[in-house]
Design a protein around this ligand. Sequence first.
Ligand SMILES: *[C@@H]1O[C@H](CO)[C@@H](O)[C@H](O)[C@H]1NC(C)=O
Ligand SMILES: *[C@@H]1O[C@H](CO)[C@@H](O)[C@H](O)[C@H]1NC(C)=O
Ligand SMILES: *[C@@H]1O[C@H](CO)[C@@H](O)[C@H](O)[C@H]1NC(C)=O
Ligand SMILES: *[C@@H]1O[C@H](CO)[C@@H](O)[C@H](O)[C@H]1NC(C)=O
Length: 238
Amino acid sequence: MVLALLIIINTTFKWIVIAQHNLTPYGTATQSSWLDGGIGHAQFAIQPPISNAFSMTICTHTNLSDKPAWWMFQFSFGSAFITEVQIYYRHGAAYRMDGFKLYVTNTSTVPPDGYLCYEDPDPGFPNITQTIPCFQFGKYVIYYDTKGDGTYGPLVELCYVAIYGCPRGMWGPNCNNACSSLCVNQHCHPGNGSCVYGCDPQQCLYTKCNIYTGACTKGCANGWEGQYCLCTRCRYIF
Ligand SMILES: *[C@@H]1O[C@H](CO)[C@@H](O)[C@H](O)[C@H]1NC(C)=O
Ligand SMILES: *[C@@H]1O[C@H](CO)[C@@H](O)[C@H](O)[C@H]1NC(C)=O
Ligand SMILES: *[C@@H]1O[C@H](CO)[C@@H](O)[C@H](O)[C@H]1NC(C)=O
Ligand SMILES: *[C@@H]1O[C@H](CO)[C@@H](O)[C@H](O)[C@H]1NC(C)=O
């Protein structure tokens, strides 16, 4: 029964298993411009429905001849460890997202100054539904386009965006496990809790520590005590 359920989850909702939490409910969106009349707001891309169906009240829409055109998401809680980004673009309008780029950054600078997760390659138009893996730590996710539509220039018409990952220092399917404080910079992979930059072995014997917990696996270096070898007189601390 459990196995059957796992198989169903694995085949039907694979992204749920690997992708962690959708973080777009926890933040705000902005964009480069609006069409006259003030519709097609940036935040429509982080509100349901989750589909490619287009209308000016459920998808974003930047102004005509706005170059570059961009859409930016900022996490309300600061930084996140992102695993992947899912994009639902306007149905039938792949030519308008031609050449788009997706970035994760630490600043709201445009052109984006950060990590380029993906650039739509030539030739051909991109899929209107994109799942882009991007293992990055950052504060902003930016959809950026300088090419797009041959007539109107780039247009951003995002109907839904999901950004999977966990807030800084957390991991697990619901992001409610804390990364070990012994992970370097307290960074761990959202999917499995292992330290991204390794564990801090400074006080460990033979500098050996557990990549998940940071606990010293071979005991402590001379003078240090406790599971994590962080104290010299542990009884006063624990
Ligand atoms: C949209 O762009 C047009 C020029 O293409 C400009 O005249 C208009 O003011 C812009 N509208 C807004 C809301 O920025
Ligand atoms: C953002 O800054 C953090 C901390 O300095 C760094 O680890 C991370 O790689 C940066 N992210 C990007 C996308 O540049
Ligand atoms: C486009 O989407 C289809 C169906 O989801 C997939 O099979 C194909 O590999 C995708 N193509 C690209 C270039 O991403
Ligand atoms: C944890 O997940 C990350 C990202 O998928 C992977 O690179 C890493 O090897 C995993 N760590 C372990 C110990 O499985």
